[in-house]
Design a protein around this ligand. Structure first.
Ligand code: HEC
Length: 103
């Protein structure tokens, strides 16, 4: 998914960027339901911190949602500079959450 977006940025394929962004946006809205308490058992890499710090996790999900939305909006404008910035911001929200909440 991130590779698809990255490649689409290089090709200035705003339609594909927008579509990918919408998939991520939907995922961000559903994500919270995929981590019920107790799902931090093997083989899952979900960290127990998700349930120790539910507010922090919600915030990370929310940052991810906002970043996806920004990517979708900027790709609609077909503004390459803004789209690149939005993509970097989005990648940071993936990494930020993984560092904190993935084992
Ligand atoms: C709010 C937290 C959060 C955000 C944001 C997030 N992830 Fe994750 N991600 C996780 C957790 C937790 C796991 C571990 C899930 C498991 O093993 O059950 C994970 C697992 C993964 C995996 C491992 C393979 C898999 O499907 O289990 C990949 C790849 C991945 N994430 C990619 C991404 C990308 C790309 C983004 C950004 C576009 C992203 N994630 C954003 C929390 C997040």
């Amino acid at each position: 998914m991130m590779q698809t977006i990255h490649r689409s940025i290089q090709n200035e394929d705003f339609e594909t960027i927008g579509k990918s962004g919408i998939i991520l946006l939907k995922w961000s809205k559903e994500m919270i339901n995929y981590f019920p308490k107790g799902s931090d058992v093997a083989p899952s890499e979900a960290s127990g911190d998700i349930w120790l710090d539910p507010e922090g996790f919600k915030k990370a999900v929310n940052n991810f949602e906002l970043a996806s939305l920004k990517l979708v909006d900027n790709s609609k404008e077909k503004n390459l500079d803004k789209t690149v910035v939005a993509f970097r911001g989005l990648a940071r929200t993936c990494k930020g959450c993984h560092q904190k909440f993935r084992n």
